[in-house]
Write a protein of this length. Structure first.
Length: 51
């Protein structure tokens, strides 16, 4: 499996940079960046397959 090519700049509908999320002292997502293009559907899955 390989990462998808980033969408062309004109087609980007959502862009987020350097996101992080923690629950208390536990960091669960660190330094995630993404760009979502028009018509794309994106999901985030953890190690056990939960989103």
């Amino acid at each position: 499996m390989r990462a998808a090519e980033p969408p062309a700049a004109s087609a980007v509908r959502l862009e987020a940079r350097h996101l992080q999320k923690s629950y208390g002292n536990r960091m669960v997502v660190k330094d995630i960046s993404l760009a979502v293009g028009e018509g794309e559907v994106v999901g985030l899955l953890g190690p056990n397959g939960a989103g």
